[in-house]
Design a binder for this molecule. Structure first.
Ligand SMILES: Cc1cc2nc3c(=O)[nH]c(=O)nc-3n(C[C@H](O)[C@H](O)[C@H](O)COP(=O)(O)OP(=O)(O)OC[C@H]3O[C@@H](n4cnc5c(N)ncnc54)[C@H](O)[C@@H]3O)c2cc1C
Length: 416
């Protein structure tokens, strides 16, 4: 088995890994950094557009690119996966058995979809009206199901416990589905429910207040602290466990014609089992510097990081420059900066042609980028979601261009 060495080793070539590598290369004026990415997958998806694909408003093919076209020039792609992290010896062992040593490690292997976390989910996925926007393999069946449900249909949309990728995504598809039924003239005959394990519709009160009204405007029945535990595909029923309040532990079973499932999610087992993980299995990093709390030559970002931000590509956009600057500072003998403020953004598609752009930092403070009323859905944000953000992702983030617009941290929530 071979051992190789790279000055900066990045684990995961998703949104975070490619962005960090590209930004490092963009700042490597003298072409001296030795960077490698460990990533097993030959393809890369722009996952934020899956919501639109599931609603029939975007082509799945446009979300997919070959990983080889995204690895920045001068960066080594190790097409393998990490099986063991050994930070005490500054090394990782790969599934192939090879070892890679490093000076600096960037950990960003994202979240894994746990299709076995709900009884009956795996075997019913893609049939019997059971669909999910969360995977490229299942997302097109969401639209197929939605466009084929008839008058009188019952539609259920679920949200599991955190952590999940884009905590707004489970409800975005519920709004689009309700709007789709309305456009077909059958909305008044159908029942649409959004059942979430969480105690509120959204973690940031400023946006939650508006989203409650938007859900009511769509006549969606919202049920909090309801966690999907079992699906019977043949009977077309879904069973939920109530996780709080007087009825804690009680189970209810609902019939469905369409069941959109957001699966439970976890970090990869290799990370969970490693000394880099906290008790929740996430890369244990400082909230603002993104430096590992114990191993000072290790950084973590993206969905697998312990930071309390919303797990989004938008968060990665603001985290990556902090990780890159901190590694470059350490290489130059300097100190790390605590510059990440917890920024995340969740473009909530509230209807076809409308989006509410939820942007916020740690503590749930709203921080809009554009001078528009951040609490209101509008068409400009829909255009940003459907056209602007994919360009920002492919042509700016993943190319290492850092000139992103600044969010407004002086905005005051009038209802706070
Ligand atoms: C339905 C849906 C809707 C979303 N909507 C939005 C949105 O509107 N806005 C937004 O900003 N974000 C959205 N997101 C979230 C966004 O896609 C993620 O936050 C983002 O991709 C996180 O980047 P990441 O690099 O941490 O993880 P990923 O992009 O998932 O990449 C992780 C990579 O690590 C690799 N990996 C895993 N294990 C290993 C290992 N052991 N060794 C090596 N490599 C490994 C994986 O193969 C993968 O390529 C959405 C996601 C989904 C699924």
């Amino acid at each position: 088995m071979a051992t190789t060495h790279h000055q900066i080793l990045i684990v995961g070539g998703g949104a975070a890994g490619i962005t960090v590598a590209a930004e490092l290369r963009a700042q490597d004026n003298h072409d001296i950094l030795n960077i490698a990415i460990v990533e097993p997958s030959p393809v890369h998806y722009y996952q934020p557009a899956f919501t639109l694909v599931g609603a029939g408003a975007y082509d799945l093919k446009k979300t997919r690119r070959d990983e080889s076209t995204l690895i920045p020039d001068g960066v080594t792609w190790i097409r393998d996966s990490v099986s063991t992290f050994a930070p005490d010896s500054n090394s990782v062992v790969l599934a192939s058995g090879n070892t890679v040593t490093y000076d600096y490690l960037v950990v960003c292997p994202g979240l894994i979809l746990n299709w076995d976390g709900v009884k009956g989910l795996r075997e019913n996925l893609g049939k019997n009206g059971v669909c999910s926007n969360y995977s490229p393999d299942t997302v097109e069946y969401t639209w197929e199901t939605l466009k084929n449900v008839g008058a009188g249909a019952k539609l259920l949309f679920t949200q599991p416990p955190m952590p999940i990728k884009c905590p707004g995504a489970p409800q975005k598809i519920a709004y689009l589905a309700a709007d789709s039924l309305r456009r077909r003239g059958i909305r008044h005959t159908c029942e649409v429910r959004f059942l979430t394990q969480t105690p509120a519709i959204f973690g940031v009160p400023f946006y939650a207040r508006e989203l409650v009204k938007i859900a009511a405007g769509h006549d969606i029945i919202v049920q909090y602290q309801h966690n999907l535990v079992e699906i019977d595909g043949a009977a077309k029923t879904a069973t939920f466990e109530i996780v709080g309040g007087d009825k804690q532990g009680t189970r209810i079973t609902l019939p469905f014609d369409m069941l959109h499932v957001t699966p439970p999610q976890t970090t990869p087992s290799q990370l969970k089992a490693s000394p880099l993980a906290n008790a929740a299995g996430m890369t244990d990093v400082h909230a603002n510097s993104l430096q590992h709390v114990k191993y000072k030559n290790v950084f973590g970002l993206g969905d697998a990081a312990s930071t309390a931000n919303s797990k989004t590509a938008a968060a990665v956009r603001k985290q990556a420059p902090v990780v890159v600057r901190n590694i470059l500072h350490l290489l130059a003998g300097g100190a790390v900066e605590e510059a990440y403020d917890g920024y995340a953004s969740c473009p909530l598609t509230t209807a076809y042609g409308k989006t509410l752009m939820a942007e916020f930092i740690y503590g749930g403070k709203p921080t809009p980028t554009l001078p528009l009323n951040p609490a209101k859905e509008n068409h400009i944000n829909w255009l940003i979601k459907t056209t602007g953000l994919p360009i920002l992702y492919w042509d700016w983030m993943l190319k290492g261009r850092i000139a992103f617009p600044k969010h407004n941290t002086d905005f005051v929530d009038p209802g706070a």
